[in-house]
Design a protein around this ligand. Structure first.
Ligand code: AMP
Length: 553
């Protein structure tokens, strides 16, 4: 080994908090409280309260590596836990507040959470599982509605009372960058949910990666609104990224309705807002009926599911808002790709720019990708060949928590199988065709449900569309489009009209054989179309498909 090498400088999360406090201690973190009032404080306040919180956690007996559960909306207390739990040597384990009690209990038990921090507005949900989670010794509550008595076993504490009694002196209990920092379970559409365990190093690198100019490019002058919940893949890393660059942070608390979000964006002059397509679909329709000025937004970040091209176009054309499409997974901390126009796109006409923005984009530095066929052979990046997307990099899990060696999601040569079927253009722009399990396999050929949905949602009378496979005697599977029509169109739109709308846009044999009209597409706990539920409803005869008159193939 040569002498005179660089410093040994562990990439631990305290470095980001220290940096935020040193440089941006007067910058603000705002939270819309359950009562509609705005709570405001600074990164300096955050820093001091995290130190108190670390003392509280040690006082409650937190040992190195212990999991600390959080069950909360996006707010400043949750932000304190993002730093406090890992900097006291523990692991912040964010629990999805929209899970069924059985799943919630399973996850808390699997993670062996010892301390649970609970948003008082969500108490009823935790009380339902309280007698099934024996590892939990302490419940710590904040935002409890006045007069509400918790019905919980074990020791119950008040967050503010504990902080008030704790010292502001604390030496961070983390030295090793490979120590665990956070734990997040995937939504688990099949089988039990599985945990992705992040380390300090992986999360610090992810934060730096996310802030690259070619990624989200966050800076001090941004006002960041994470609508994506803090329990969905660490709010896509935004709380850490905002702290690193000193951006103003706006937390929506429980106020996720389109009207509240529109008001918040306008009032706070938000520049970067992040959420799933369902949220932005709702906001768009809200703004069409009750206009507000959201021109402060420079990037409407969207991921979690495919953002329909029509909605990207509508935001840009009607509202002057730039959409930044990104792809990620809980297993990737979560950011993988972003779709920002490159120099060779600049002279394209607007419609072609929207085509590019509707793709999931290029991998940011830190994420390598390749596509492979069923036999594992690498496929070309030619924009048409479909294959399974595999990734590797320093913020991608090596295995699932406590399931070492039992998952087939990892290849022998060290790549993670995403389960997404994609094409990649020569310039590295990736397009998601489907989840492997959602593809419609018609006569041995694949039909992309995502693409059909994107086209259908461009129809002016279609609010939402989800395409699933319908069993077919001749072709094994054919596409069924489940559609939510705009109220004014409910009596009028015919299936033939929808197929006529699709016909110039897709291959003829892709046209759905049938349509089912519903009031709402069921959503998963993180707001994606829940195709599992749709498939069950179809199997139980609850969907009542209407056949398109013409045989399509
Ligand atoms: P989760 O870990 O719950 O966020 O789910 C990750 C999965 O969501 C990915 O494997 C994709 O199937 C899907 N996904 C995430 N972002 C996008 C996107 N921009 N377009 C299409 N699918 C996406």
């Amino acid at each position: 080994m040569l002498e005179g090498l660089m410093m040994h400088y562990p990439l631990t999360m305290d470095r980001i908090l220290e940096h935020g406090n040193r440089l941006y201690r007067h910058k603000r973190i705002k939270t819309l409280l359950p009562n509609g009032k705005m709570h405001e404080y600074t990164y300096g306040d955050l820093y001091r309260r995290v130190k108190r919180l670390c003392n509280v956690l040690e006082g409650l007996g937190l040992q190195m590596g212990d999991r600390v559960g959080t069950f909360a909306w996006n707010n400043y207390q949750h932000m304190e836990l993002y730093f406090g739990a890992p900097l006291a040597g523990g692991v912040v384990h964010t629990l999805n507040i929209r899970l069924f009690p059985e799943q919630l209990a399973y996850i808390i038990n699997h993670a062996e959470d010892r301390i649970l921090f609970v948003d008082g507005t969500l108490l009823p949900l935790v009380e339902q599982v309280a007698d099934r989670i024996p590892h939990v010794e302490h419940f710590v509550l904040f935002n409890v509605p006045p007069g509400r008595e918790p019905r919980l076993p074990g020791q119950v504490h008040d967050y503010e009372a504990l902080l008030a009694d704790a010292s502001e002196e604390y030496t961070w209990r983390v030295q090793d960058e490979n120590q665990a920092l956070g734990l997040c379970y995937t939504s688990g559409t099949t089988g039990n949910p599985k945990g992705a365990l992040y380390s300090h190093r992986s999360m610090v690198l992810h934060t730096m990666g996310e802030c690259q100019a070619m990624a989200l490019g966050l800076t001090e002058s941004d006002v960041v609104l994470p609508v994506v919940p803090q329990f969905h893949a660490m709010a896509w890393g935004l709380p850490y990224a905002a702290t690193m660059v000193g951006a103003t942070l706006v937390m929506p608390g429980p106020h996720l309705k389109p009207e509240a979000l529109a008001q918040l964006i306008e009032a706070e002059r938000v520049t970067v807002a992040a959420g799933v397509p369902t949220i932005w679909n709702g906001l768009y329709h809200e703004l069409r009926t009750r206009p507000r000025d959201i021109s402060s937004i420079r990037a409407l970040v969207v991921g979690g599911s495919a953002m329909p091209r029509a909605l990207i176009e509508a935001y840009e054309r009607d509202l002057g808002v730039n959409v930044l499409h990104a792809w990620g997974m809980t297993e990737l901390s979560p950011l993988g790709t972003v779709s920002k126009l490159l120099s060779h796109h600049q002279d394209l006409p607007a419609p072609q720019k929207w085509d590019v923005k509707a793709r999931q984009g290029y991998p940011i530095f830190g994420v390598e990708m390749r596509i492979v066929d069923d036999a594992g052979h690498e496929l070309p990046w030619d924009g048409t060949t479909m294959g399974e997307l595999q990734v590797r990099g320093p913020w991608i899990i090596r295995d699932y928590f406590k399931l070492e060696g039992s998952s087939d999601a990892f290849t022998p040569d060290g790549w993670f199988r995403t389960g997404d079927v994609v094409t990649v253009h020569e310039d590295g722009f990736m397009t998601i065709t489907d989840r492997t399990k959602d593809l419609v396999k018609s006569g041995g050929e694949w039909i992309s449900s995502v693409e059909l949905e994107g086209h259908l949602m461009a129809h002016p009378d279609v609010l939402e569309a989800a395409v699933i496979a319908m069993p077919d005697e001749k072709w094994q599977e054919r596409p069924l489009a489940v559609v939510v029509l705009a109220p004014q169109a409910r009596e009028q739109v015919q299936v033939e009209e929808l197929n006529a709308f699709l016909e110039p846009r897709v291959a003829r044999w892709w046209l759905p054989d049938a349509y089912a009209f519903v009031e709402e597409i069921p959503k998963t706990s993180v707001g994606k179309f829940d195709k599992k539920v749709l498939r069950e409803r179809l199997a139980q005869g609850e969907l009542r498909p209407i056949r398109a008159r013409e045989a399509t193939r």
